[in-house]
Design a protein. Structure first.
Length: 263
């Protein structure tokens, strides 16, 4: 049995419990990583596969580091549940006031002026520094050296991902907080989580913890050559790229007796 088939069967088993949840990240999971984050898109095939799951699965939710409104328009399915900015929007409004990063924004822009290869992504309560387009292989270290003191002074922390460093309010909740809340509020009896990066690791760990406590749970990591070791170590099973996510979602939306035609 290939890995993809095994992942589909494991996910289908978990989603057979009711009510069940399929929770997914966006970038690198539903959309391919591109050189400029504003150009990332979700393919129509993925959208159609997710749409087919609505109704079959009680909760289909998107949990992302993007702003909620951006994720909504990228995925383009109003019938899904969305949690943006790592759940900051819904979890703790006071963190936004506390973590006013405007001064840090201005300073970081000035510090990075000599490095136009660094793309600055505004995310409302936070901002991200993408160094994917930089030729300098030491760019990550340069960014960390420049912005660490700024982050400390501004009451911000740094989150790293695939060729990105993000400045976020120090008390920003993790995605795992949002997932825990969704599971609790919806009284979920089985959960599948899809993610690809360091921000997803606490959710993968939560899946393992919940499974140990008796809740059917599965963490699926979408991997490529940039995948961090912590992602590989914490996920239950691996999918090769967004293409396998699409096949998995299509298969899960297909009746079990016809599923082999999709795989
Ligand atoms: Mg991602």
């Amino acid at each position: 049995m290939n890995d993809l088939r095994a992942a589909v069967e494991a996910a289908a088993d978990v989603l057979a419990f009711a009510p069940a949840a399929l929770v997914t990240d966006v970038d690198g999971t539903l959309s391919r990583i591109v050189s400029r984050p504003e150009n990332a898109t979700v393919d129509e095939e993925i959208r159609a596969s997710l749409r087919a799951l609505v109704g079959r699965v009680a909760l289909v939710a998107v949990v992302t580091g993007r702003e909620e409104s951006v994720a909504r328009s990228m995925v383009g399915l109003p019938e899904l549940t969305y949690v943006g900015n790592y759940a900051l929007d819904t979890e703790s409004a006071e963190v936004v006031d506390e973590g006013d990063l405007n001064a840090a924004r201005v300073l970081v822009r000035t510090l990075l002026q000599p490095f136009p290869c660094v793309e600055i992504e505004e995310k409302g309560v936070s901002f991200a520094l993408h160094y994917r387009n930089c030729i300098d292989v030491t760019m990550r270290e340069r960014i960390l050296t420049l912005v660490s003191p700024v982050a400390a002074a501004a009451g911000a922390k740094l989150l790293e991902g695939k060729q990105v460093v993000e400045l976020v309010p120090v008390r920003l909740p993790e995605k795992s907080t949002a997932v825990a809340r969704l599971l609790r509020e919806r009284e979920i009896q089985g959960v599948v989580y899809l993610g690809d990066d360091l921000g997803d690791v606490p959710v993968f760990q939560q899946m393992a913890r919940r499974r140990a406590q008796g809740l059917p749970s599965l963490g699926l990591a979408v991997v490529d050559e940039e995948t961090h070791a912590a992602v590989l170590e914490s996920a239950d099973m691996l999918l090769k790229g967004v293409d396998e996510v699409q096949t998995l979602l299509t298969a899960l939306g297909t009746p079990a007796d016809l599923r082999s035609k999709v795989l």
